[in-house]
Every structure is written in C-alpha cells, then in structure tokens.
Design a protein around this ligand. Structure first.
Ligand code: SF4
Length: 412
C-alpha cells in the first residue's frame, strides 16, 4: 500500500472542517432534496415512511486526478486547500463521527493517484474500522470508477453498502462533462457489486447487502422521462437499493472544457424533490415511468406533484368508491397514500366508510374529496371535470420553490 504524505499545515480539526464543506458535493445534497419532498404538505398521499437518516461523509482525499467539470475536487483547482488522510486516520475519524451520529458513516474520496490505489485505501479503512476499532454500525463506502473487482470484494467484506455514481442520464454526457468517466468504468463496478451481493448472499458469505447510485438532473439537458427510465433500468438490472437524485450545477469555467462551450446552469431544486416523489410512486405505488412522464408530457411539473398530475390526465378513472376500490386503486387517489388506504380497508371490515368516517380517521378530504365517492355520495361539487380543478390542486409548496444553495458534484 502506498504511503500518503499528509500536508503538515493541516491538523485534524482543519481537515474535518474541509470534509464537512466537501460533504455538500455528495449524497447529502440528495437527502436534503428528498427531505424537502417529504416535507411537502401536499405530498401526504405519496409519503410512506419517514425521511432517510443523514449520515456524516468522511473523505480520504479531496484532490482528484479526474477532471469532472462540475466538481470542486477536480484536478487543476490550485486555488483549493486540499487534504488527505491515511486509511487509519480516516478510520479513526469515521468511527468517531459514526458513534456521535448514531446512524452510521459514509466513507468516500476523490480519486487519489488512480482508482485502484484509492479503492485499496478505502478497503483498508473499512477493515480497520471493523477489525481494529470494533465498529459494528452502518458503513457505506464509495467505489471508484473502474475499480478492480478484487478491491471491490475487499471493501464489501466490511461495508454494509457500496455505491458508484452514474452521474449522467445519457452516456454521451460523460464526454461532455466528465471526460475520464465512461459507461464501462461506471457500469462494470456496478455489475460487479450486484453479482457479489447476490452470490455472497446465496453462499452465506459476508459482503455488503445493498448498492446505491447518484444521478445528476440537468447535466445532459435530458427530460425527466429519460431520468426515470434510466433509474428504473438501474433498479431492475443492478438491484439498487436507491437512486439518489442531485442537481447539476455548473457555475465556474472548468479548464479542459473550453471546446464544450458549457453553459452556466443551476438545476432548480424543486426538480429533485419532484424526482424523489416520482421515484417513490414507481417503487412503492406501482406506477410505471410511462404513467408518470408520458411521451406527451416528459417533464415533471413544478406546481403539481406527479400523482395529482397523473390523476388529472386520467379523470375517466374517477371518482373511486372508497367502500369497494382495491388497495392498488385507493393508493392512486390524490390525498390517499399507503397508510390511509390501509386504514380505509381495515375500517371497511367494521362499517360503511362515509366522509365523516374518513374525517374521524384523520384522513384529510382536502384533495381526495374530488376523486372519491363514499357510499355513493360525491362531495366534490362540480369541479371533477372542470378546468378549475387543476388550479385548486396546483401550487408549489414553499419547500420546493427554494433554489438549492448546494452545489452538485460527486466524488468517485
Ligand atoms: S466527481 Fe469524483 S471523479 Fe469526478 S472530479 Fe470529482 S471527485 Fe473526481
């Protein structure tokens, strides 16, 4: 293993402070968008669980040999104060942070020297955490683009979760904004992880149990239909636990991209929140990507959540009788989510469900009243087939209209 020379002028506190700053460029940004989507009061009918726990991200090294245009860690940023840790130093810092946080830790890195060197150091870091420091909690480790399968295996022996960032929604995007990355050096490790997870599970061998990835919206001028199609293919082919969506930001000219004529752009934050909502509808509610973003409407809407937008495109399927509808139909009703559908089906065993019964069950009628009948009674007035219904249901929640202060990017 190559020894790392630590910059003498950076003490541990200074490095931790820089790591916290760099953590903005990783999955944390996605979790903030996801939390915003869950905080959307109009979104109760899409929610099914509480938001994900946020865990600290600890970096092995901050200066990369790759040159991704959108990333603060890219090579050629001489104006940046960089740092690096030895595997043992990172292990000690990560265990301390994980124990303080209580939910786990994410160990990651920019590419130091090359992918294999960095991966070997991350593998050694997680080994020290488990075998020498006795840490038993959750470890998520990044896998570098093109990393050797044996090094992935070594890392997964001690980590619970592994991830490789796919970043772009169209493969031609690599040449445009991340020149050293390509389909092969991203998808090959993803496939290796997927195969190792299933083989090790079948053979009872110790290995990570899940894999995630990060996908930037807005990096290739793609529409949301393209993003959702890709993420569903990733879930299906590589059995991913999660796809995290992050906003593409390009606000500072990057050396080496002069010929690409990249436009300065900041993908709006609301788009990420809507992508998380769409993702949940597909993963948990049985919608297909085509239902959420049909060819005729390939983008999600800022002022309307994707489930309500779907309902407005399918008014012929409403109103739904709550005393008869199957669970799969009930969860598609705007204003009725998984928890409320279960409550309704349970209540049907004992009584006829009326509007008053729904209120007593603390199910808000604000949205669903236009889409349901209760024992044949419809209380949505004349709005169901009126053009005014859309304006009743539209309106960007405050949380979604803010512009992200976070800068997109990623490491590894
Ligand atoms: S995104 Fe990752 S690979 Fe690309 S420059 Fe940043 S740290 Fe390096």
């Amino acid at each position: 293993m190559s020894a790392i020379i630590l910059p003498k002028h950076l003490d541990i506190e200074a490095k931790v402070a820089l790591m916290e700053k760099d953590a903005r460029f990783e999955v944390a940004a996605d979790l903030d968008a996801e939390r915003a989507s869950l905080a959307d009061p109009a979104e109760e009918h899409i929610r099914s669980k509480t938001g994900p726990a946020k865990i600290p991200k600890m970096f092995l090294a901050s200066k990369c040999v790759f040159n991704c245009a959108y990333c603060e860690c890219r090579c050629g940023r001489e104006d940046r104060l960089n740092y690096c840790n030895s595997p043992r130093e990172l292990a000690e810092l990560a265990v301390k942070a994980a124990r303080q946080n209580g939910h786990g830790v994410f160990v990651t890195s920019a590419i130091f020297r090359d992918s294999d060197t960095t991966q070997e150091m991350l593998a050694e870091c997680v080994r020290i955490m488990r075998c020498e420091l006795g840490y038993r909690g959750f470890i998520h480790s990044k896998v570098m683009p093109g990393a050797d399968p044996l090094l992935i295996q070594k890392t997964g022996l001690y980590a619970n979760r592994l991830s490789v960032n796919i970043e772009v929604a169209k493969s031609e995007g690599y040449a445009r904004i991340a020149k050293q990355k390509n389909k092969t050096n991203i998808l090959t490790p993803m496939r290796t992880i997927s195969n190792l997870i299933s083989h090790c599970k079948a053979e009872g061998r110790s290995f990570a149990t899940s894999q995630t990835t990060q996908l930037m919206a807005g990096s290739t001028e793609e529409d949301d239909r393209t993003i959702l199609d890709l993420s569903q293919a990733l879930y299906r082919v590589y059995h991913l636990k999660r796809v995290y969506y992050t906003a593409f930001h390009y606000t500072q000219d990057a050396r080496g991209y002069e010929e690409e004529h990249l436009q300065k752009v900041v993908t709006p934050y609301w788009r990420m929140a809507r992508l998380y909502q769409a993702d949940r509808l597909i993963q948990l509610y049985g919608f297909t990507p085509d239902e959420i973003t049909p060819e005729s409407q390939p983008n999600l809407q800022q002022d309307m959540d994707p489930k309500t937008a779907w309902a407005l495109r399918h008014l012929d399927q409403f109103p739904v009788e709550v005393n008869k509808a199957d669970y799969e139909i009930l969860i598609r009703v705007p204003g009725i989510g998984i928890a409320n559908a279960k409550k309704i089906i349970e209540a049907r065993k004992y009584c006829t469900v009326t509007h008053d019964v729904l209120r007593k069950m603390r199910i808000s009628l604000k949205r669903c009243v236009y889409f349901i009948t209760c024992n044949g009674q419809y209380r949505g007035g004349n709005l169901l087939f009126s053009p005014d219904l859309r304006s009743y249901l539209a309106g960007p929640p405050e949380q979604l209209s803010i512009t992200a202060s976070l800068v997109a990017g990623g490491c590894g």
